[in-house]
Write a protein that binds this ligand. Structure first.
Ligand code: ADP
Ligand code: MG
Length: 156
C-alpha cells in the first residue's frame, strides 16, 4: 500500500450513498467517480491517513477509506475522507484537496455497529499519532495546499 504514497488528489465533494456516516458522528466527504477513476487501479482498499483541506481553508488531519462502491455492485472503488475537524456547515460541491501519507489497515467486516465505531475511533487516534511524526507532518505545509490566490479551481 505504501508504494503509491504520498498520494496527492484534488476534486469536488459529491453526495455519497447516504449510509448514515454522519449519524455515526463520522461524516465522510465522497469524491466523484471521475476522481476515483484517476487513482492507481492497484492501490489497495483499506484505511489510510493524511492531510485535507476544503477550498483554501486550513489543513486538517484526516482518515480516508478506499473501499468497494456498493452503488456499482462493488466493482468500482469509492474514496471517502473523514476530516478530523468540526465544521460549521456541510461542504458539498466544494473542492477537497488531500494528501494521503500512510496506511493503517485493510477493509474489515464488523459484527456490530459498536465494533465498527470503535474501530474507526482507533483509526482516528492512530492517524493523529502518526501525523505528528516529522515525515508525515512535513506534508501539511506542502505547496499543494496553497492554491493560487484569486484563481477558481474546478474539476480537478
Ligand atoms: P454522504 O453519504 O453524502 O457522503 P455523509 O454522512 O458521509 O454523507 O456526510 C458527508 C458530508 O458531511 C460531506 O460531504 C461534508 O459536506 C459534510 N461534513 C461535515 N463535516 C465533515 C468532516 N469533518 N469530514 C467530512 N465531511 C464532513
Ligand atoms: Mg460519505
Amino acid at each position: 500500500a505504501m508504494r503509491h504514497l504520498p498520494y496527492f488528489c484534488r476534486g469536488e465533494v459529491v453526495k455519497g450513498f447516504g449510509r448514515g456516516s454522519k449519524e455515526l458522528g463520522i461524516p465522510t466527504a465522497n469524491f466523484s467517480e471521475q476522481v476515483v477513476e484517476s487513482f492507481p487501479s492497484d492501490i489497495p482498499t483499506g484505511i489510510y491517513y493524511g492531510w485535507a483541506c476544503v477550498g483554501n481553508g486550513d489543513v486538517h488531519k484526516m482518515v480516508l477509506s478506499i473501499g468497494w462502491n456498493p452503488f456499482y455492485k462493488n466493482i468500482k472503488k469509492s474514496v471517502e475522507t473523514h476530516i478530523i475537524h468540526t465544521f460549521k456547515e456541510d461542504f458539498y460541491g466544494e473542492i477537497l484537496s488531500i494528501v494521503i501519507t500512510g496506511y493503517i489497515r485493510p477493509e474489515k467486516n464488523f459484527d456490530s455497529l459498536d465494533a465498527l465505531i470503535s474501530a474507526i475511533q482507533e483509526d482516528i487516534e492512530e492517524a493523529k499519532r502518526q501525523l505528528d511524526l516529522p515525515e508525515h507532518l512535513k506534508l501539511k505545509e506542502d505547496n499543494f495546499f496553497h492554491l493560487p490566490e484569486g484563481k477558481i479551481v474546478n474539476n480537478h
